[in-house]
Ligand binder design. Sequence first.
Ligand SMILES: *Cc1c(COP(=O)(O)O)cnc(C)c1O
Length: 494
Amino acid sequence: MQYISTRDKDVRVSAAQAIVQGISAEGGLFLPESIPQLTMTEIEQLWSMDYPARAGFISKKFLEEFTLTEISHSVNRAYGKQFSTEKIVPLVKIGANDYMLELFHGPTCAFKDMALQLLPQLLRLSMEKTNAKDMVILVATSGDTGKAALEGFRDVDGTQVLVFYPSEGVSPMQCLQMTTQEGGNVGVCAVKGNFDDAQTGVKAIFTSSDIKEKLAKKNLAFSSANSINWGRLLPQITYYFSAYAQLMSRQQVASGKKRKVNFVVPTGNFGNILAAYYAREMGLPIGKLICASNKNRVLTDFIRTGTYNARRDFYTTTSPSMDILISSNLERLLFLLCDGDCERLRGYMEALSQDGQYTVERDILEKLQDVFWAGSCDEIGSQTAIANMWEKNKYLCDPHTAVGAEVLRQYREETGDDAISIIAATASPYKFVTPVLNAIGASPQGDEFAQARQLEKLTGVPCPAQLLELAGKAIRFHECVEKDEMAQFVLGAI
Ligand SMILES: *Cc1c(COP(=O)(O)O)cnc(C)c1O
């Protein structure tokens, strides 16, 4: 199976090349030229497999040039003891037809681990297959990706990972997770400003021919661990199938019958929900994909009206990983919805970069609304959802997951659809302990560790050990630079 670019129909590369390159030279995103189909029998067979085997089965469909041994070795390393539960991604029932798909039991307590534990294995293999140079992986993070990339790539041969996070915006726990990171090939630096400043700075470094030349002299090349890389997206498809398999094993959906379920996804860069769309296109019986946004509701407006307008105020919220105005992965969905019409897609993307907005035609909007439903909520909505979820269901959720819970409530109210609905629970509440305490009516006391113990005492929900252990770790990275000093940091680190 070959990979094509969203913006140039003459580009065709292997899976390994797509993963090494990250992004196509003309700026397009890579995607598989066709979508593999699973029969209901195959989907049902996943039921009897453990999580790594499910991941291996799905991955093989997209990585034809990788051997079964390579893939099974990779998934076993990715989804092993570093997860706090053998199920890897447990499905927890929280209401009559509502479930939480807990994606946060990995080493960094956020769903980014699902992809970033596997990507380094896939990248290593892809580097071998393409005779690539050693890689410098640059990451701009709003909090969760940075730590997950550091943890995934630490001490991986032939790679070095450098993370920039905004000095304003990440939670204290997220900050400590990054600044205490261990490993011989890692670097972390704060950037004065917000996430957009860090992201713009990283993009400038990526495209600077001066820096690329300096890198080439040392026989190095840049790569990306952000969700523009297909190797980040692919691992996320598995857990949607895995959720369905778990429903079958609970006999909530009967074997031999297609019972459609909805997925609710707290969305920022559109990576997670795009993986759900792929699962649907591969044959998983999914009804609606419910796209949940926080106060930065650019996607809600787009899915409801067909106009994507990024020219609007940016809000900093307690769900920082969803504070995004340009959702990169939407480009892949639009490509699929306009049946691979690169020219049409380039039109949208050019309008977005020139005017900050575009409007899709009626036919695209209809296809979009056929699958997606969208809703959003502000800070009060998310806080209320945390409180309700705790009081009514004794389920403690983080502010991102809470946005999903609130939007599911809106969906049920507006549509009356009472089908089984599964919320992607994207982070542990202990990563965002202050807003969670506030939401359940407690007043946070002391530093983040004192607050974590306070939350444990109040709820009985244990704090993940890897977060508590941060208290005893030395801070290794203190640097904080201006946006225009980021390049110097990179050159100093390599
Ligand atoms: C990254 C992230 C999201 C958003 O996921 P996208 O794939 O960017 O849409 C939601 N919640 C949490 C906790 C995250 O870390």
